[in-house]
Design a protein around this ligand. Structure first.
Ligand SMILES: Cc1cc2nc3c(=O)[nH]c(=O)nc-3n(C[C@H](O)[C@H](O)[C@H](O)COP(=O)(O)O)c2cc1C
Length: 345
């Protein structure tokens, strides 16, 4: 068993990575039902939260069925992070996560996200401010360092542990790498194997097959892994990894009927949570991912994204099910999109 403060997780837990505009309650429900052990919200601006921006407040929505769930915040000054931590505390998630990893220009320019990696003293002060302002366990998600000449994650891990964080998730890239190249887990392994480090260390970056998950577990010794992009349109990655890690056997991929059923369920949850207009709009980015691997799917896809009627969308999904009844989707590694400055999702 792995413990984050008082939160009990199974051996080698699988975490759903926080993703802006993706890890909302409907998507989290889909991942939870397919084996994710710990979920995170999208990141929330601490300054925005304090201004009571409607969009931010909505991001605080969490539901009992998805526990354990963490709310992630970002910010660049002690006062706003501290106030935001108190607001999160009242919302009562299972933990509060601080984002020191976002590489997007607008966030870094505010001195937040991975921008803080350039000043470890500041990072320590910001973290301490959060720890002091909430009774929740505080965790941190970050990257290896700002650039390849300043990969300071080993020092960061020790100093953040010393000010009271309960777990650390590390994305194996620097800020300057954004999403380019391949994630390097070597330093993540070093942090995990540092005898001074007692808190759980979760590895993150480029996990897209059960085989890679097990290989990285064995090679780097991490306490668990966090999966982001591979789960978009393929929430089954969690149950596939869990099964493979436990048994060494590959689970059969989801059938088309299962893909369609989960896509419909996601749509229903989205409409129920956001209302018909925003719920349908938000789903548009997901169809392509759920239907990946089906040949000549373009015409159906345009009908799915142009429709504003949930019943009609479900009808198109039923048509797809019939049209491809005899087609077997190849079980290839999930393609990971290379996100740059502006995430398309
Ligand atoms: C669309 C998108 C949005 C993201 N938003 C966040 C975020 O809000 N907070 C965060 O800590 N990381 C965010 N990330 C980074 C992911 O949590 C994760 O660290 C990264 O995608 C690498 O993991 P992966 O290779 O499994 O996708 C985002 C990534 C993507 C692709």
């Amino acid at each position: 068993m792995v413990k984050i403060a008082n939160i009990e997780l199974p051996d080698f837990p699988l975490l759903l990575a926080p993703m802006e505009d993706v890890t909302d309650p409907p998507f989290r429900a889909v991942c939870k039902e397919n084996g994710a052990d710990l979920l995170y919200t999208e990141f929330i601006s601490s300054a925005g939260l304090i201004r009571d921006a409607i969009k931010c407040k909505r991001k605080l929505d969490i539901f009992d069925q998805e526990r354990p769930v963490g709310i992630q915040i970002f910010g660049g000054d002690e006062e706003s992070l501290s106030l935001a931590s108190r607001i999160v505390d009242i919302t009562n998630p299972d933990l509060l996560d601080i984002n020191f990893g976002c590489p997007v220009k607008g966030v870094v320019a505010q001195g937040a996200g991975s921008g803080v990696l350039r000043d470890i003293d500041l990072m320590v002060r910001l973290t301490a401010a959060c720890v002091k302002s909430t009774s929740l366990p505080v965790t941190v998600k970050t990257r290896l360092g700002w650039d390849e000449d300043s990969m300071n994650i080993e020092e960061v891990a020790e100093r953040l542990q010393d000010v009271g964080i309960a777990a650390l998730s590390i994305h194996g890239r620097t800020r300057m790498q954004m999403y380019k190249g391949e994630a390097d887990w070597t330093l993540i392994g070093k942090v995990k194997n540092n005898p001074r480090i007692k808190i759980p260390i979760f590895g993150n970056g480029d996990i897209n097959t059960p085989q890679k998950a097990l290989e990285y577990k064995n090679r780097y010794g991490v306490d668990g892994i966090m999966i982001g992009r591979a789960a978009i349109g393929y929430p089954w990655i969690f149950r596939e990894v869990a099964h493979y890690v436990k048994t060494g056997e590959t689970l059969a991929p989801p059938t088309l009927a299962e893909r369609v059923a989960v896509c419909k369920y996601h749509l229903q949850k989205s409409v129920a949570w956001k209302g018909p207009k925003a719920g349908i709009y938000d789903m548009r980015k997901h169809y392509f991912q759920y239907l990946k691997g089906l040949p000549n799917i373009k015409t159906y896809r345009s009908r799915l994204v142009l429709s504003t009627d949930p019943a009609e969308i479900e009808g198109v999904l039923d048509e797809i099910l019939l049209a491809y009844a005899d087609y077997e989707i190849p079980h290839a590694p999930i393609e990971l999109v290379n996100y740059h400055e502006n995430c398309p999702m």
